[in-house]
Design a protein around this ligand. Structure first.
Ligand code: THU
Length: 161
């Protein structure tokens, strides 16, 4: 018998000014993107901004639908658009914010399981790590790679196993 321990490393910062300038700009982009969310059913506006290796910034927001499951999270809107527009270009970092009725959430909001799955597909196929910048009013969390949030994940290597 063997015990396997998995450790997730997260860096916590106290505010946006603790980030380098380019990442501060990415967080601001995500906040603007959140304002363009179409979320009449949940009232929860999420913004995701990607910085690609080619310098392009891609913004996404959650897009809901009267048939609830037909909507899509901000993160996947951004990643799928990036893949469609710039196939094969790595995602360097991704800023995620969420706004409720009173504005930016006080705690950082973490991506849902389906978005984590899509992120690790991108990391696996392009062999890189996506730096996640999760921003709330009180603190910012930095995660070096989506795999930190989905250890033991399923990807194309699993299909070959
Ligand atoms: N949502 C996101 O956009 N990203 C996430 O990671 C979690 C949830 C959206 C989906 C839905 O439009 C709203 O937030 C409430 O769940």
């Amino acid at each position: 018998m063997k015990n396997i321990e998995i450790i997730t490393k997260i860096r916590e910062l106290s505010g946006i000014s603790d980030l380098p300038k380019d990442e501060q700009a990415l967080v601001k982009n995500a906040m603007e993107a959140a304002k363009r969310s179409y979320s009449p059913y949940s009232g929860f506006r999420v913004g995701a901004s990607l910085l690609l290796e080619n310098g392009q910034v891609i913004n996404g927001s959650n897009q809901e639908n009267a048939a609830y499951p037909s909507g899509l999270c901000a993160e996947r809107v951004a990643i799928f658009y990036a893949n469609a527009q710039y196939p094969g270009v790595k995602i360097k970092s991704m800023a995620i914010v969420a706004m409720g009725e009173t504005g930016l959430t006080s705690e950082p909001v973490y991506p849902c399981g389906s978005c984590r799955q899509v992120m690790i597909e991108s990391e696996s196929r392009l062999n890189n790590k996506i730096r996640l910048i999760l921003t709330g009013k009180k603190k910012i969390h930095l995660v070096e790679g989506a795999r930190q949030l989905l250890p033991m994940g399923f990807d194309f290597n699993s299909l070959e196993a």
